[in-house]
Write a protein that binds this ligand. Structure first.
Ligand SMILES: [Zn+2]
Length: 92
């Protein structure tokens, strides 16, 4: 069984209500988004937010966003520096 199928099956066992987004710490009931930062479910709003953060040129991102990214990476055990290096390497 491939990893994606295993992951989708695991998601089906999670009740749609009573989930807390690890990125914004808010409760949500909609179907989760998969974080671009690691193998964790986040709320749909944060999924869109990560997409916009990845799309925006790094020199246009406020420091508070970069701090938010660092805190979230540490929270889920991912390496912030790897994401930052990737982000800096994108065409501006
Ligand atoms: Zn969220």
């Amino acid at each position: 069984m491939n990893v994606l199928k295993t992951r989708l099956m695991a998601r089906e066992n999670v009740p749609l209500a009573d989930k807390v987004c690890p990125r914004c710490d808010k409760r949500y009931t909609e179907y989760p988004a998969l974080s671009r930062r690691g193998n964790v479910d986040i709320c749909s709003a944060c999924g869109s937010r990560e997409g916009w953060i990845d799309y925006a040129p790094i020199d246009k991102l406020p420091l508070v966003i970069l701090h938010e990214e660092k805190v979230f990476h540490e929270k889920i055990g991912e390496d912030y520096k790897v994401w930052l290096e990737w982000k800096r390497g994108l065409p501006q």
